[in-house]
Ligand binder design. Structure first.
Ligand SMILES: Cc1cc2nc3c(=O)[nH]c(=O)nc-3n(C[C@H](O)[C@H](O)[C@H](O)COP(=O)(O)OP(=O)(O)OC[C@H]3O[C@@H](n4cnc5c(N)ncnc54)[C@H](O)[C@@H]3O)c2cc1C
Length: 426
């Protein structure tokens, strides 16, 4: 199996320790047992060292902005991971605790540590911590992007138009299939005991996390096989109308992949592989969203230290918001009124209710929902705060690079100036 070398990064300069008990894959971002470069790299290394692979996942109670809604979906995915790994005779341990601390505990007896990659501040800090504390070499693999972020650019890009050509220049070189490898040894007999995955629903209810909003099982089920099923059905039933209908919120011709991509339950490379042989507008439109827009969001979060703050809005966007900050708002609503869908706009209320009920909203309704918040609140700063909070609380795909990038897009980021209007400015 070939993994592009630019996906691989050594996070410390320590040595592997072949006398260790196993190769450790600390799973965090890429929560899947197939098309996962970090997992297969660990398996490949284990074969060379004649060892087994141990896959460990740390589940924390105070993950930023988390609720039962997010964790219930995530656990459905991890249950599938556990069972797929078990079929491959690979031991999986889910342990409660802060991910980096759980990981460090298992580095002690590891020959080598492998991890996947995440871009949010805390995800980067966790990897740095593990690299420092691990007694052995830590190798990170980029598994969730088509083109690694540094290959595309070494700085923040201004807009889709300034990143598009760079992504197109590289992405065909990064489409290697990720095939299943055979570990050096079976590891199921390793004596570590994690949480009982079959009882996840019970112990999740006892965890100290927000119990509301609750699961959205009637609308979305987590896991790789569910993502694949949905994608194949979209390909069969909606793909041919994607370009024409993707701006039509009353049509369901979008792929619904965002929750699965957010939790790393599906690989964007697997998705691209399914589109092989198809040409034309639909494919181009879908690639624009899945690769250009999504990876622009990662570029933003990776290079902009203020990605989760109003401070990241600058230039013409900030000027125009400042100029219009005292414009009279037709009617201002409190955060509670907004959250309770109590504005005087039936469409806005419907959008708010939909995200609360389903954990999802069509892209064009997200735009409408978000832009209106500027109208419904006293200041752009407060509008930003409310929009980000509600986005991350209710969407299954919330708390993602896409969340931060799209919420600031409401305030002009990655966009250009348009005809000037009251309150919104340009
Ligand atoms: C105000 C606002 C808030 C948003 N919040 C989020 C969020 O929290 N999490 C999130 O993942 N997306 C967010 N988006 C982007 C977009 O709305 C969703 O990714 C998309 O609706 C997901 O549905 P889908 O998978 O059916 O999309 P499809 O149209 O089928 O697109 C396929 C994939 O392309 C990517 N994509 C599509 N649109 C965008 C976009 N505008 N920017 C970046 N990537 C995109 C997503 O990964 C998506 O899964 C937001 C957009 C707006 C305007």
């Amino acid at each position: 199996m070939e993994i592009h070398e630019e996906r691989i990064r050594f996070l410390n300069d320590k040595q592997a320790k072949p006398e260790g008990q196993y190769v450790l894959y600390w799973m965090q971002q890429s929560q899947r047992a197939e098309w996962n470069q970090a997992l297969e790299y660990a398996v490949q290394q284990s074969a060379e060292m004649d060892l087994g692979v141990l896959v460990v996942f740390g589940l924390m109670e105070d993950y930023p902005e988390v609720s039962l809604r997010h964790y219930a979906f995530m656990m459905e995915g991890l249950q599938e991971v556990a069972s797929q790994l078990s079929e491959r005779k690979i031991k999986f341990v889910l342990e409660k605790g802060s991910p980096e601390k759980v990981a460090v505990k298992y580095t002690k007896d590891a020959a080598l540590v492998v991890c996947d990659r995440g871009y949010l501040r805390h995800q980067k800090q966790w990897r740095k911590h593990v690299a420092e504390k691990s007694p052995v070499k830590v190798v990170q693999l980029e598994c969730d992007l088509v083109v690694p972020v540094e290959t595309v650019s070494d700085k923040e890009k201004y807009a889709a138009r300034t990143i598009r050509s760079k992504i197109h220049e590289h992405w065909k070189n990064f489409r290697q299939k990720v095939s299943i490898q055979k570990p050096g040894k079976r590891s199921l007999s390793l004596s570590f005991k994690g949480e009982d995955m079959d009882k996840a629903t019970e112990w999740l209810a006892d965890m100290n996390i927000a119990q509301t909003p609750g699961p959205v099982t009637g609308h979305f089920k987590g896991g790789t096989s569910e993502a694949k099923k949905r994608f194949r059905s979209w390909l069969e039933n909606s793909y041919s109308r994607y370009d024409e209908n993707r701006s039509q919120p009353h049509r369901d011709d979008v792929s619904f992949m965002s929750p699965y991509l957010h939790f790393g339950q599906i690989s964007p490379l697997w998705i691209l592989e399914q589109l092989k042989g198809r040409r034309g507008n639909n494919r181009e439109a879908y690639e624009e969203e899945l690769i250009v827009r999504r990876e622009l969001a990662v570029n933003f979060v990776h290079y902009n230290a203020d990605y989760d703050s109003f401070k990241c809005i600058q230039g013409w966007a900030l000027e125009t918001l400042e100029k219009h900050k005292s414009d009279e708002r037709p009617k201002v609503f409190t955060k509670d009124q907004l959250e309770n869908a109590e504005t005087d706009d039936v469409y806005w209320n419907a959008a708010m209710r939909t995200m609360k009920e389903t954990g999802y909203l069509h892209n064009h309704m997200r735009m409408y929902w978000g832009k209106q918040i500027l109208l419904y609140t006293n200041t752009p700063q407060y509008a930003y705060k409310v929009a980000l909070e509600l986005n991350n609380k209710y969407f299954l795909d919330g708390r993602d690079c896409n969340s931060f990038a799209n919420i600031v897009w409401l305030f002009g980021k990655h966009d250009r100036a348009w005809a000037e209007r009251a309150i919104w400015g340009k």
